[in-house]
Write a protein that binds this ligand. Structure first.
Ligand code: MRU
Length: 367
């Protein structure tokens, strides 16, 4: 999507320098800083410190990390070492392991001399695939927005609510939850987006930055406002992303998503999840029991980052000295609270049968 009229992806390969370049998201929405990722440890740090973040983007970044590893040393030992270094960076988003497994499986059978070029080509392929998947999710989600718009007086906006940032900078392009929003706006359907701030890392600020850049009307709200807005009839539909969805349709996403799903159910508001197929974990049924939930540094809860009045980006402490902070970064919404999963192949119920109907090759009967 565009920043100040110029098209960007969230990462790109610099042919002239022969390195990956990323947008360092820690500085957004206040500053656009581009960073080169030149060493293996830089890749691990970029994912762990959330310079890149969002399940699909983490996966694509890891694929470029595998390419760098193969350029450094294409041995089997280094293939495994790179897999391990990167896999440990963040535990919840399954796209990371999906991309690493795909790279290792494709590269292992190749002669060492061919691995570097093949790994880079595969990283480009994974990045391009992500763009196409998200474009299609947008097309499928657009049909839902169109349907709601058709039931409203002409010109009245469809009011959407989203949590966290499942936008173009959480993917390679388009975003998952935002792709239907961009496509609806581009199709001339009036929409307005309620954007949850998403404490503690305030990814809602990233979503607001994105939507503002595309000219989409939106309002940045506290995480606790959503239930109230739904009770007042001010939300037509929720769309969030996901970091891992199980084969029975349980959705793991940014902490706070579950509470939104509960409020949506209580108020009869449809709750959709934009789900690219690499985010489905076909090895897991019960998301609550089986998905590892990342516990991040407590400082993310006791402090808030932002831009001070003098323009400096600073962290300020909000809790008393010494207060212990707890920081589970994700939660699981059971499939029964999800109205539907918007995938690149279509929309399905969040059930084993629903997912199997769209991805029959992955269902147990296909094994
Ligand atoms: O901790 P983050 O910022 O990486 O978490 C991101 C999310 O939870 C997103 O909603 C999810 O990855 C989907 S991104 C298309």
């Amino acid at each position: 999507m565009k920043i100040d009229g110029k098209h960007y992806r969230s990462l790109w390969w610099s042919e002239s320098a022969g390195v990956l370049e990323i947008i360092d998201q820690r500085w957004l929405p206040h500053e656009l800083r581009v960073q080169r990722v030149e060493r293996m440890q830089d890749f691990a740090d970029a994912i762990q410190e959330m310079r890149v973040r969002g399940a699909p983007l983490i996966g694509a970044t890891a694929a470029y990390g595998m390419a760098l590893a193969m350029a450094d040393d294409p041995s089997d030992g280094n293939l495994d070492a790179a897999w391990t270094l990167l896999e440990r960076t963040r535990p919840t988003a399954v796209n990371l392991r999906w991309a690493l497994d795909r790279c290792r499986a494709a590269l292992r059978p190749l002669p060492e001399a061919g691995r570097a070029a093949a790994a880079l080509a595969l990283a480009h392929e994974i990045a391009d695939e992500d763009v196409e998947i998200n474009r299609r999710i947008g097309e499928n989600g657009l049909a839902l927005i169109r349907e709601i718009a058709a039931g409203k007086p002409v010109g009245e906006p469809v009011r959407l609510l989203t949590h966290c940032n499942a936008g173009w900078i959480a993917t390679v392009d388009w975003g998952t939850a935002t792709s239907p929003m961009y496509q609806a706006h581009d199709a001339g359907i009036p929409i307005h987006v309620w954007v949850d701030e998403t404490r503690p890392r305030n990814q809602g600020a990233l979503t607001s930055w994105e939507l503002g850049g595309h000219g989409i009307p939106h309002t940045y709200i506290t995480d606790n406002a959503g239930g109230h807005l739904m009770q007042r009839g001010q939300v037509d539909m929720l769309i969030t992303g996901t970091d891992r969805t199980t084969r029975r349709g349980d959705v793991c996403n940014k902490i706070g998503t579950y509470l939104k799903a509960l409020a949506a159910r209580d108020n009869g508001v449809p709750f959709y999840v934009a789900l690219p197929s690499p985010t489905i974990d076909w090895t897991v049924d019960d998301g609550i029991a089986e998905i590892p939930i990342e516990e991040r540094d407590a400082r993310e809860t006791t402090h808030v980052n932002g831009r001070a009045d003098d323009g400096e980006i600073a962290a300020v402490q909000v809790s008393p000295d010494g207060t212990p902070g707890g920081n589970p970064a994700f939660d699981v919404t059971p499939g029964r609270l999800v109205t539907g999963l918007i995938t690149e192949r279509g929309i399905c119920p969040a059930t084993p049968e629903g997912l199997a109907s769209l991805f029959p090759e992955m269902s147990p009967s296909a094994e």
